[in-house]
Design a protein around this ligand. Structure first.
Ligand code: NAP
Length: 265
């Protein structure tokens, strides 16, 4: 990729919100390094290229430190400044905490939390040195509520929310901005992967990932600290989350995420 286009890194770009973010970057003239684990990433890279973008795929398991280092090495190997990074890869796991697998819960922390911190540590110094850069961290509206029956996932997003806001403030005089993207329930592979298709939220009508990504991209480019992205319903949920007590939000979350909450029986 030997061009004068700005370079963006997008994790979790093989599907859902990450793929739509990658499309946004490509449509706005960025070259891309996209990362995910499975071979669907190569399909995504080919589709982005067919749409006129330039995408280099790095298949890597971001739950491991070596996997994160592999992505950072690929970025360094371009010898190009990173203009923007969307740290978006993430997974969830629904179910009663006493019954979920510990390995699944630790995977959430390794991917959502640890890899995001590791990548930020690797990418931000170069951006600050260049005096410019845009970072978008995919948090969630879930970051604002205790996640009964999704306890570790919501906590991981609360971590990201706090982390993004803290970095945004720390870096305020550097030319680098850090934006938190807060989607509500969005039509992606997330709920199937999280084993939540029998829940009320899993069965509910969801937001369009393309709309979420477009709003996230716009907020990131504007250097905003955060954006609740998606439909008016999600944005109303975001407003309600500001005033309701945690105990009420946990109860509401129980109604949406408890196993079989979406079935008739
Ligand atoms: N969908 C929602 O309702 C919603 C709401 C709020 C926030 N979010 C957040 O949005 C982000 C994107 O999720 P999505 O909804 O778009 O779901 P998705 O379609 O399942 O996308 C998840 C992405 O993360 C990648 N990924 C998963 N495990 C990985 C690993 N070990 N190493 C590298 N990449 C990995 C996946 O690639 P592989 O398939 O190759 O593993 C995929 O590209 C996540 O952070 C999620 O928490 C989603």
């Amino acid at each position: 990729m030997d061009t004068l286009n700005p370079l963006a890194v997008v994790t979790g770009a093989s599907s859902g919100i990450g793929y739509e973010l990658a499309k946004q970057f490509a449509a706005h003239g960025f070259d891309l390094i996209i990362a995910a684990e499975d071979d669907a990433l190569d399909v995504a890279a080919a589709a982005l290229t067919a749409q006129g973008g330039r995408a280099q795929a790095v298949r890597t398991d971001l739950t491991t430190r070596e996997g994160v280092e592999k992505l950072l090495r690929a970025v360094t190997a371009t010898r190009r400044p990173v203009a923007a990074a969307a740290l978006n890869a993430g997974v969830g796991r629904g179910g009663p905490f006493l019954e979920t697998d510990l390995a699944d819960e630790l995977e959430i922390i390794d991917l959502n939390v640890t890899s995001t911190v590791h990548l930020a540590k690797g990418l931000l110094p170069g951006m600050v040195e260049d005096g410019e850069g845009r970072v978008l961290i995919t948090s969630s509206i879930a970051s604002t509520m205790p996640g009964s029956f999704q306890a570790v996932y919501n906590a991981s997003k609360s971590f990201l929310q706090s982390f993004a806001q803290a970095l945004q403030n720390e870096l305020k005089d550097t030319g680098v901005t850090v934006t938190s993207l807060m989607p509500g329930p969005t039509e992606t592979e997330f709920f199937e992967r999280a084993g939540m298709l029998d829940t009320k939220v899993g069965r509910s009508e969801k937001d369009d990932p393309a709309q979420v990504a477009a709003q996230g991209f716009e907020a990131m480019m504007a250097g905003r600290d955060k954006v609740v992205a998606g439909s008016w319903k999600t944005r109303a949920q975001g407003l309600a989350g500001r005033v309701l007590p945690d105990s009420v939000k946990a109860h509401v979350h129980r109604g949406m995420a408890a196993p079989a909450s979406g079935t008739d029986g």
